[in-house]
Design a protein around this ligand. Sequence first.
Ligand code: PAF
Length: 282
Amino acid sequence: MLIARTIEELRNTIASRSYKSLGFVPTMGALHEGHLSLIQKAFEQNDLVVVSVFVNPTQFGPNEDFDKYPRNYSRDIEILQTAGVHILFLPEIETMYPLGHEVEIRLPKISSILCGKFRPGHFDGVALILTKFFNILRPNKAYFGQKDYQQTIIVKKLVEQLFWEIEIVVCPTVRDEDGLAKSSRNQYLSAQERKNALILYQTLLWVASQVSVSRDLKFLAEQARQRLISAPSIKLEYFEILRARDLEPIDFLVENAIALGAIYVNNTRLIDNILLTVENLN
Ligand code: PAF
């Protein structure tokens, strides 16, 4: 595996390879099985696989966990090497932001709801770093996990609006045996907090089980919120059911919808979601 630390190194390495399709998996490191599933998909669909590991400062708010976000670069390198990744891009902050935070890329509407409402500026930071990565790498395909559903919708919009010819591939959420969605932030949880965290996925499963009884999504979302509010030891940030393709409001399940939630377990913020499809309903 070649490790490129500068943009020039990365560009030269890519230019020296002959490939039909470049698959790109952007990550913030602290790699887990969720990332590995994206990498595996990238291998199935491309003959050159590039992974980036970069904890992007512009997508963290002033009171968020940028400083304590888990970083273990030697472990990440080992994992990526074992996975057979061709190129790792491992830049420093100064490499990606040579003049500091000088440029903005914003998708104001979609970035101001759900996670964006509670993490102002977060998706602007994501859009900015991905714009930089996409411009340097020119990937054919880029891989994201469904757990960050709003991010996937934003990235698709970004690609469409900036006329990139990049296919955004969304891979299913990988879960632990108990159902907890894999996340680098799970490392923050104690054993008891982990147990408390399961209420989010259990509520999502409950919603999914209810849509065959009631297609009234407003009612179901309210019921789900009540379950979460009354759950011990967690704090509900939001729980919504929206149209899956664009996260616009939808009252009844007449086309695919998505239930999404964010909770705090102690100081750890966790998100999860479940697709509610119309196909299997009568
Ligand atoms: O999903 C993430 O890990 C990050 O938001 C991403 C896409 C790597 C951008 O920093």
